[in-house]
Design a binder for this molecule. Sequence first.
Ligand SMILES: [Fe+2]
Length: 265
Amino acid sequence: MVYVTGDTHGDVSDPRWDWFDEHLTSDDILIITGDFGFDWNDDIRKKWQNFKHDYIVLFCDGNHENYDVLNSLDTIKKFDDIVGVFGNNTYRLFTGHMYIIEGKKYFVFGGASSIDKDWRVEYEEKNNSPRTLWWPEEVPSEDTLLLAKNTLAKHNYKFDYFITHTCNPQLKGPVLKTYKMDFYDPTESMINHLEYLIRENNGDFKYNFFGHFHKNVHFLKYHCLYGDIVNLDDSKIIKGFDDFSFETWETYPLEESERSEIVSV
Ligand SMILES: [Fe+2]
């Protein structure tokens, strides 16, 4: 089975990992919609490498990642495309690529612009240590956007799941009600453009899963995930992790949740 969740920020003590340990087996795959890590210093990396899990972990790029680490990963062919090998049964999904996982197509467009960039850069300057807290690669390049457009064309603009870190900017106001509403992020314009191309070319996708905003909002086919976990096999949302009260988790059918969110938005 395939599961999706939001940012994990390299924290192996997050109670979602306990839930995954209990419920996932070596047949299962977990996708994290970006911000899988943060700066991945040696200590955090070591903790991850020692963290035992039978299931496969896949992640797209976020804006809190160490791109020196990500860019240094070996690549292998997997899921009908290439992935970066992070180790410990864990792989990076590349932006602009299409993966086929258990017969479904996953189009990936990770990355986002950091609203906290200024203090991170300032810290680097003060400590005379460039590229320790912020990396310009967090925003996809024009070449990557071109690659994404070519990938979509190759697949006739049709796929099952859109995996991103941020989202279409139109969702930021009335739907997400985020404090990042007025913050301009070129990644969101790219996603908007890709969605425009999908519509114009009679393409479609079933759901867009993203993280970044650190909240859970389910609106039509758009799903902003933080603690929420989605089981793609039965389309159910597993809720209850945001207050880190592991015992209180519940499941909701994805479709019902969509309807209730539409009413409340
Ligand atoms: Fe995050």
